[in-house]
Design a protein around this ligand. Structure first.
Ligand SMILES: [Zn+2]
Length: 163
């Protein structure tokens, strides 16, 4: 049981560097060491690190609680991920295992080629700069207008004004 006086120390599995993390519940950052019951990939946010979890599985003798819902977790800092990326695997949407570095390079080249092809064929203007509030967040009224337009394209104030 975690002693409330000494906060849980988070460290990189590889280099042992102390890490910090935020826990986000209902879109709010909270001070807690308990994650929400409903699994959400955005609730635990280690800063400049990746959280890797496992429920255990057949084949390991290290951690296999037989699907009782408990997990082992490791945090690995971005530097350690980067410097060992040749050892990583990438799993694509079809669940195929691939070498991480080669796949990232391939995806990056494809994205560049797609962008170049798009830029060569499009004549549209660059996307409009999103207005920001004094804290740097997107302007609420602007976002609200965009969302309303997405939900109902006929609800376009500029269009209704010009008609
Ligand atoms: Zn590290």
């Amino acid at each position: 049981m975690q002693d409330k006086e000494t906060p849980l120390t988070l460290t990189c599995l590889i280099c042992g560097k102390t890490l910090t993390a935020e826990i986000c519940i209902d879109s709010r950052i909270t001070e807690t060491d308990t994650l929400p019951e409903e699994y959400n990939d955005t609730d635990f946010l280690p800063l400049e690190a990746i959280e890797m979890t496992s429920y255990g599985h057949y084949g390991t003798t290290f951690f296999d609680p037989c699907d009782d819902g408990t997990q082992v977790a490791a945090l690995i800092c971005d530097n350690c991920m980067e410097s060992r990326s040749e050892r990583l695997l990438y799993i694509d949407k079809q669940r195929r295992l691939k070498p991480f570095d080669a796949t990232m390079k391939e995806l990056d080249e494809k994205a560049r080629a797609d962008r170049a092809a798009y830029e060569a064929t499009t004549t549209c203007l660059p996307p409009q700069e999103i207005p920001r509030d004094e804290d740097g967040y997107p302007d609420v009224e602007y976002v609200d207008r965009i969302v309303r337009r997405l939900i109902d394209p006929s609800d376009d104030e500029s269009r209704s004004q010009s008609e």
